[in-house]
Write a protein of this length. Structure first.
Length: 132
């Protein structure tokens, strides 16, 4: 919330306040950049999310969010934290086991290729009729 406050009040003439806002905005933009630079392709369903994970080299697990159809691919199991998340589904690439209302939080892949296409910052729906 303080980041939004800084965006709305950048015209305030006090230097100390401006410096606090500068650093606050820097944190906000670096956080957004980190979120946008992870591998989270859009898919139609939970099963499609699992299939994408199985096709991507190095993917061990996933978190599917039906509300926005994003499939967050995971390659760092030592960083996962299973947390309660209403409406999310998490699972593993090699097993037909799914945890409902659970988010494998953190451990996202930094980059991935699906159907010969880099998926970082590309949020178009994945076409699974093409084999990778």
């Amino acid at each position: 919330m303080k980041h939004l406050f800084c965006l709305l009040n950048t015209a305030v003439p006090r230097l100390r306040f401006k410096m606090k806002c500068f650093f606050s905005l820097l944190v906000l933009f670096s956080t957004l950049s980190a979120i946008l630079s992870i591998c989270a392709p859009r898919v139609k369903s939970l099963n499609d999310c699992r299939e994408v994970c199985q096709r991507v080299v190095g993917c061990y697990g996933f978190n599917y969010v039906p509300a926005n159809k994003l499939c967050f691919l995971k390659d760092k199991p030592w960083r996962w934290r299973a947390i309660s998340s209403l409406g999310s589904f998490s699972g593993f690439a090699g097993f037909n086991l799914t945890y409902e209302n659970t988010d494998f939080n953190q451990g996202d892949m930094d980059d991935c290729i699906v159907n010969q296409k880099r998926m970082v910052k590309d949020k178009k729906l994945v076409n699974l009729s093409n084999k990778n």
